[in-house]
Write a protein that binds this ligand. Structure first.
Ligand code: PBG
Length: 341
């Protein structure tokens, strides 16, 4: 071998040395824990396709959040499963709905916790789509039926305002309608919430990784007149990276404070690109299907779950994510801090 010799192994000789030169850190306060809220009291419904995840009533949810807080988790994002659903998702902006009630309870019990809310219609509409549908008669030959973008915007804005009014720290629109960040920003400002930031699900892909979530949130899209059984008409094509740049640029121009890429691991190239090209915080959502795959392998004893989880989340950070939304938040925080709850 030639001299001087390159020996990268010199810096790998002990854990202390490795940690001195480590480029990326994963900390519990980088993690956001998604939680599913249902009506009632003392409800803990296990989600079949997501072992360890439950639909929780407000009382159980605040207790869980408290335990996560003790493990070091500093933020949660709420998804609501309402009592009733209808064609326009009107329970989405009910001030007394499950999400506003959960927000109030969390802010009372854990004032330091960052409480985010998912803003979307799919949990509240009886057809499961992320917006209202065009009336069947609007379509003629060559006419687009399906989800009505512009009619959905004011409804999303009302939902976001209801969440802000309840005390949400961040609102996170996940519907993928065009122009929703601007509509929500304007509505929040007019309603007196100029300080509530928007985390936009900016590059959200219509892939196959959301199946378990739709069990948990009871929000699978149904086929109807002019609408298929999928979200490909509004979420992005998994093949497109340049389009992701455009989606993020639009949301930034409309006033997003943070932008999200979703799913996480199969889309880390997008996370990296967004990190390099935009100067606001980037979130990666390690989604339900990604969680379920790790769980399934772990249940069979095929992988070392704690190590795989921490490596996965670290790699999201290394790719450029400032924060990671993950169903493993409490477990990962617990592994990192050594606090078990
Ligand atoms: C609502 C929403 C979805 C997810 C987050 N917000 C589902 C969907 O788009 O069908 C998915 C999260 C996950 O899979 O963990 N639009």
């Amino acid at each position: 071998m030639a001299f001087p010799q390159e020996r990268p192994r010199r810096l790998r000789r002990s854990e202390a040395l490795r940690s001195l030169v480590r480029e990326t850190l994963l900390a519990p306060d980088d993690l956001t824990w998604p939680l599913f809220v249902v009506p009632g009291a003392r409800v803990r419904n296990p989600v079949k396709s997501m072992p360890g995840v439950f639909q929780l009533s407000v009382d159980e949810l605040t207790a869980e959040a408290q335990r996560a807080w003790e493990c070091g988790v500093r933020s949660v994002i709420l998804f609501g499963i309402p009592e009733t659903k209808d064609a326009i998702g009107s329970s989405a902006w009910d001030d007394d709905g499950v999400v506003p009630r959960a927000v109030r309870a969390l802010k009372e019990k854990l004032p330091g916790l960052v409480v985010m809310t998912d803003v979307c219609m799919c949990e509240y509409t009886d057809h499961g789509h992320c917006g209202v549908l065009k009336p069947p008669r609007a379509g003629g030959p060559g006419q687009d039926l399906g989800v009505d973008n512009d009619a959905t915007l004011p409804l999303l804005a009302r939902e976001a305002v209801a969440h802000a009014k309840a005390g949400a720290d961040v609102v996170a629109p996940s519907d993928m309608m065009d122009g929703r960040v601007a509509a929500i920003r304007e509505a929040l400002d007019i309603a007196g919430y100029p300080d509530v930031p928007i985390l936009s699900y900016a590059a959200k892909f219509a892939g196959a990784f959301y199946g378990p979530f739709r069990d948990a949130a009871e929000s699978a899209p149904r086929e109807g007149p002019g609408v298929p059984k999928d979200r490909k008409g509004y979420q992005m094509d998994p093949a497109n990276a340049r389009e992701a740049r455009r989606e993020v640029a639009l949301d930034v121009a409309e006033g997003a404070d943070m932008v999200m890429v979703k799913p996480a691991v199969p889309y880390l190239d997008i996370v990296r690109m967004v990190k390099e090209e935009f100067d606001l915080p980037v979130a990666a959502y390690h989604v339900s299907g990604e969680y379920a795959m790790i769980k399934a392998a772990a249940e069979r004893g095929w992988i070392d779950e704690p190590r795989v989880v921490l490596e996965t989340l670290l790699c999201c950070r290394r790719a450029g994510a400032d924060l990671v939304l993950t169903y493993y938040a409490k477990e990962a925080a617990s592994l990192l801090t050594g606090v078990r709850r």
